[in-house]
Design a protein around this ligand. Structure first.
Ligand SMILES: *Cc1c(COP(=O)(O)O)cnc(C)c1O
Length: 391
């Protein structure tokens, strides 16, 4: 053997006596086959077999299997983002003439996808009141193929009556998908309530460090899995094993991160109600939150994301006051170790039910910093705004 060949062929080393707690990161485009026959018959391996790096490696299958177990599903499909997880749940099942129902508080890009991509292709959508509950029956028309749920809504925090919506949708033969990003499978399991798809942005709590983008779709029906896999397969969509490897690391600590952020978020939400500049705190764990009773009934705890509505009078002072923030970063993709604040305006985006507040919404994601340091900074922000109220 010559050196050039030695460069390309790696030596086989012993694995005897070696066991790591970490999941190996398998990078692969090519999958190597034992013989010509197994290569010729590779497509017979189906979606659970290995055929090409694009369609899965042991690294991606490990995370898929882990999320399936957490959700009590039978298969999970990983896609490159949370948004892709939503669109790849819609695309396989919607044809021209069909309709999808989306809640008024839905993650913004989903509404845009419905308007800008689905509508021109003859696929309709109806925006419904997130608090509609079993009355969703009245909105489900003959063409309705899919009812979308996001609970709580990750800007305005309304908790939906998920079991009632699922019962009504099933009675009319519609599929139900649930964006479960806020809860993670640790706090709520949509499939256990009869949802067809549990969808999550792993970019948030599973990744947990604001450095990766991934989404997952979990199902408990093998035929639904097949239909989604077909579209993912044919469109050439795949996830990077390196991203998945980061998610496999992140998910190990998700339990303590979410529990901690949840505890701190409830404490802060309660305290923030006392401030004159705060018109309303929106947190599923507070009795004043729309759907609080469903959160108490269906969820096993709180996550670290909540919102406060500020008095409209302080709108002009907000930008300058936020310049003083040192711990809270201004940004959108929540669920990381670093606490975030995102000022949001929702009124103009609501089409089903008018949003009753004019003030800016501050969406707050609690991270892993010392809670006292975080509270000092929040309190000082609110006091600065308060001085603007009285002057
Ligand atoms: C962030 C988010 C998404 C999108 O996830 P990306 O990975 O950023 O595409 C979808 N739904 C909810 C509720 C989210 O918070």
């Amino acid at each position: 053997m010559h050196d050039l060949t030695r460069c390309v062929l790696h030596p086989a080393v012993s694995h005897v006596g070696f066991a790591s707690l970490a999941v190996p990161t398998y990078r692969a485009s090519t999958i190597r086959y034992e013989d010509a026959q197994s290569f010729a018959e590779r497509w017979d391996r189906g979606f659970d077999g290995y055929t090409y790096g694009l369609h899965g490696t042991p690294t991606t299958r490990t995370l898929e299997g882990q999320i399936s177990e957490l959700h009590g599903g039978i298969r999970t499909i990983l896609v490159p983002s949370g948004q892709a997880a939503i669109t790849f749940t819609m695309l396989p099942f919607l044809r021209p003439g069909d309709r999808v129902l989306i809640p008024d508080h839905v993650y913004g890009p989903v509404r845009q996808f419905c308007c800008d991509y689905l509508a021109p292709r003859g696929i309709g959508h109806t925006v419904y009141d997130p608090m509609i509950g079993s009355r969703i029956s009245d909105v489900i028309t003959g063409g309705t193929k899919l009812v979308w749920i996001e609970s709580p809504g990750t800007g305005t925090m309304e908790v939906q009556d998920v079991p009632a919506i699922i019962r009504a949708a099933k009675a009319k033969g519609a599929l139900v998908g649930c964006d479960n990003t806020w809860a993670t499978p640790l706090l709520f399991k949509p499939l256990a309530h009869g949802a067809d798809f549990a969808v999550e942005a792993l970019s948030k709590y599973v990744g947990g460090h604001s450095d990766l983008l991934l989404g997952s779709i979990t199902v408990s029906d093998i035929e639904l899995h097949r239909q989604i896999k077909l579209v993912v397969h044919h469109t050439g969509v795949a996830v990077s094993p390196d991203e998945v490897s980061l998610a496999l690391r992140g998910i190990e600590t998700m339990g303590v991160r979410v529990a901690h952020a949840g505890r701190v978020s409830v404490a802060f939400a309660e305290r923030m109600q006392q401030f004159a500049v705060v018109e309303r705190v929106l947190h599923p764990a507070l009795p004043s939150c729309p759907g609080h009773e469903f959160w108490k009934r269906d969820f096993s705890g709180s996550a670290g994301l909540f919102s406060v509505v500020l008095k409209p009078e302080v709108a002009a002072q907000l930008g300058p006051a936020m310049k003083a923030l040192k711990l809270f970063a201004i940004g959108a993709s929540w669920g990381g170790t670093r606490s975030l604040i995102a000022p949001m305006a929702v009124k103009a985006h609501r089409t089903a039910v008018p949003w009753p507040h004019d003030g800016t919404i501050l969406r707050i994601s609690i991270g892993l910093e010392d809670p006292d340091d975080l509270w000092n900074e929040l309190e000082s922000l609110l006091r600065t705004l308060e001085s603007g109220l009285t002057s």
